[in-house]
Every structure is written in C-alpha cells, then in structure tokens.
Design a protein around this ligand. Structure first.
Ligand code: NAD
Ligand code: TYD
Length: 356
C-alpha cells in the first residue's frame, strides 16, 4: 500500500509521519514536500532511513512532477497536509495561498482521478484524505460551536483558499465518485510547529525575553488541540471513516489569547527560573489583525460518536510538554530561524502600532 503524505516536513505532517511510519511497516510512505520555509528536515531525522519511507522533494503546483511520481509509485491513499498555513502571511501575500492551497489541491485530485478510475468507478480501497481547518466556517460570536453542517463563511485569504479546496474535494466526490474524507480541525499546538504561530512564537520570545505581541486586547478565542491528538484522529478517520464524509476534530478547549500567553509565562518561569512578573511585563498589545475572527469552537461529537475518537491531552499538560520541547530542541529552533524568518518578523511586526 503506497501512502502519499503531502506537506510531511511541516508541523502536523511530520508529527503524523513520526507516529505512523514506525506503526505501519506494511505501508510505504512517500512524503511530498517542497521544503518551504515552514519545513524542517530535522523533524524527520528519526524516520529518514526507515525502509518504508522516502521524501519526494516536489512542489504540488508542479503537475508533471506529480504525474511522474504517480507512474513510479502510484498512490493508494493520499493524505493531503501541504498548504500555506499562516493567516498573517495570507494577509500580506495571498497569491501563494491560492497557488498551493487551491491549485495544488486540484493537481492532487487530478492525479487521484486519473489513477484511481476504472471506467466510471474507482478501484476499491482508495482514499483522498483532505486535512482542513475550522477557519472555513468563519467567526463565531460568544456562543455556539461549529458542526459539520455549519455554513462556510471564511474571513482571511488563508481560510478562503482552504474553503475552496474543501469544495473542490467534495465536487470531485459528487462528479467523479472520488472517495474522499475531509477533517476540519481547530488550532493545533505542540512540538515542531513553526514559530510564526501564537504558541511557539510566544515561547521563543519568552525564552529570549523579547516582547510578546498580542493582537488587539487578546480577547479572541481559539479552541486548542494537541497535535498528537489531531494525528491520532486522522489515523482513526483513515482506518474507520466513511467516504464522502467530513469530521470536525477538536478537544473542547477554548481559551482567550491573553490567557494562553499568561499560562505560557507561568510555565516558562517555572522551567527557567525567571520571575513570572518579569515575563508578564513582556506582554505588548499591538494593532489588531484585519478581519480577525473573534472565536472558534468545534463540536467534535460526530467523530466521537461514530468513530470512538477522543482527545487524550489536557491543555495544561500539552502546553507543559510543548514548552519543554522547545527548551530541549534548540538545534531544531536554530535551523528554522534563518534570515527568511527574521524578514518575516520584521514584515509582520515591524510596522504594527503598539496599543500600550
Ligand atoms: P505548516 O505550514 O507547518 O507545514 C506545511 C508544509 O507543507 C510544509 O512542510 C511546506 O514545505 C509544505 N508545502 C507548502 N506548500 C507546498 C507546495 N506547494 N508543495 C509541496 N509542499 C508544500 O502547516 P501545518 O500547520 O502543519 O498544517 C498542515 C495542514 O493542516 C494544512 O493543510 C493546514 O491548513 C491544516 N490545519 C492546520 C492547523 C494548525 O493549527 N496548524 C489547524 C487545522 C488545519
Ligand atoms: P495563529 O497562531 O496565527 O492561528 P490562527 O490565526 O490560524 O488562529 O493565531 C492564534 C491567535 O493568536 C489569533 O487570534 C491571533 C493571535 N495572535 C496574536 O495575538 N499575536 C501573534 O503574534 C500571533 C501570531 C497571533
């Protein structure tokens, strides 16, 4: 069984491969990744020489390269993680998001359609698993949760391109009978996340006593999911999910950004001996993100009821593990904080007005 995993050198994809390459020796995993800014090959060191794994250094926007790979190593399952994934980058430069998230997904769907169809039906056992986000549903007010039936209403260019890719996947299901599953998960955190996202950015800034840039008043709410729980849920959907269905994944863990940052100050203080007051004083309220969604919250009852999946990690223990991981993995951190990273920090934060 050949399993194509796109974006396997990124945050969630690498955690997926680290879990399943050793666990599924009879599956042959091909990691299709262009090794962009968010990829870190160090993440994959433990499996780099595994007999059932290889890296294919390919951009999913390059259809011919995908086609050559499909002839050489035809996929039975495609688990599609590859994406431009950061909302702030999508605001400053949306084009790359349309290219990778929409056109790249389209290319993979075309590969699946060409290689999986026999006449009008599809060869048994094939699955296109599309990894998506709750951001396709837009913003919630103070109450309510997203279900699988929630209306699509994306706010950022990132969310709009992910919504477009979800629609394309469903359209291939309806039109060509392509067997697909979609998972829409809430915000992930944990080891190996590129330090542009809230939690790793704050951890690294805390370790270096740099200001902690909080957008607006820090009152936006995100529903946090530990990455290993997410990866576990994807494994369960691949194994037991139904074709043509989507599943929301979340851990019922809503927190205001300000509370997340406060919690990180406490944990980093405990591990470094710094005073909590000194770290809390680094909090800096800055100009808000345009179109900033107020609140996300996932109703994960479908995957719990139908497939028996449940998250294992509490937010407190997950944050603790995450802080420890960044403290203990400086080589990984140093490898991603290149000149390009510093340019991003300057582009996104350099001109942002301080609110206090
Ligand atoms: P990431 O940015 O850490 O990693 C993305 C990976 O995709 C990188 O390795 C990058 O090199 C690769 N990639 C990007 N463009 C590519 C291209 N054109 N061709 C080949 N490879 C390419 O992202 P992540 O946080 O691991 O997210 C993975 C998936 O999960 C994405 O589809 C994202 O939308 C979805 N998701 C993420 C979260 C989250 O909180 N991080 C939540 C829900 C859903
Ligand atoms: P982020 O990690 O970018 O994820 P997303 O935008 O996909 O939810 O941001 C999480 C929350 O943290 C979001 O409400 C924006 C906020 N945020 C800040 O306040 N400061 C920051 O520097 C970043 C990156 C995010």
């Amino acid at each position: 069984m050949n399993v194509w995993v796109t974006g396997g050198a990124g945050f969630i994809g690498s955690n997926f491969l680290l879990r399943f390459v050793p666990e599924r020796p009879n599956w042959y995993f091909v990691n299709i990744d262009k090794l962009g800014y968010a990829a870190n090959p160090l993440s994959l060191e433990p499996i780099a020489n595994a007999p059932n794994y290889r890296l294919a250094h390919i951009d999913i926007c390059d259809f011919e390269a995908l086609e050559r790979l499909a002839v050489e190593c035809p996929p039975d399952i495609i688990v599609h993680f590859a994406a431009e994934s950061h909302v702030d980058r999508s605001i400053l430069g949306p084009r790359a998001f349309v290219q990778t998230n929409v056109e790249g997904t389209f290319n993979l769907l075309e590969i699946a359609r060409r290689h999986w169809m026999r006449g009008r039906s599809v060869v048994d056992g094939r699955v296109f698993h599309h990894v998506s986000t709750d951001e396709v549903f837009g913003s919630l007010g103070p109450t309510g949760r997203f279900s699988e039936e929630s209306r699509y209403d994306p706010s950022s260019p990132y969310a709009a391109t992910k919504a477009a890719s979800d629609h394309l996947v469903r359209a291939y299901g309806k039109t060509y009978g392509l067997p697909f599953r979609i998972t829409n998960s809430s915000n992930n955190y944990g080891p190996r996340q590129f330090p542009e996202k809230l939690i790793p950015l704050m951890i690294l800034n805390l370790l270096e006593r740099k200001p902690l840039p909080i957008y607006g008043r820090g009152l936006n709410v995100r529903d946090w999911l530990y990455v290993e729980d997410h990866v576990d849920a994807i494994g369960v959907v691949i194994e037991k999910g139904r074709n043509g269905e989507s599943y929301n994944i979340g851990a019922h863990c809503e927190r205001r950004n300000i509370d997340v940052v406060d919690a990180l100050c406490q944990i980093v203080a405990k591990h470094t001996g710094a005073s909590v007051e000194e770290l809390l004083a680094l909090k800096t309220f800055v100009e808000d993100r345009p179109g900033h969604d107020l609140r996300y919250a996932i109703d994960a009852s479908k995957i719990q009821r139908e497939l028996g999946w449940r998250p294992k990690e509490s937010f407190e223990s997950g944050l603790e593990k995450t802080v420890r991981w960044y403290i203990e993995n400086r080589r990984w951190v140093d490898a991603v904080r290149s000149g390009a990273y510093l340019e991003w920090i300057e582009a996104n934060y350099g001109r942002r007005k301080r609110l206090s």
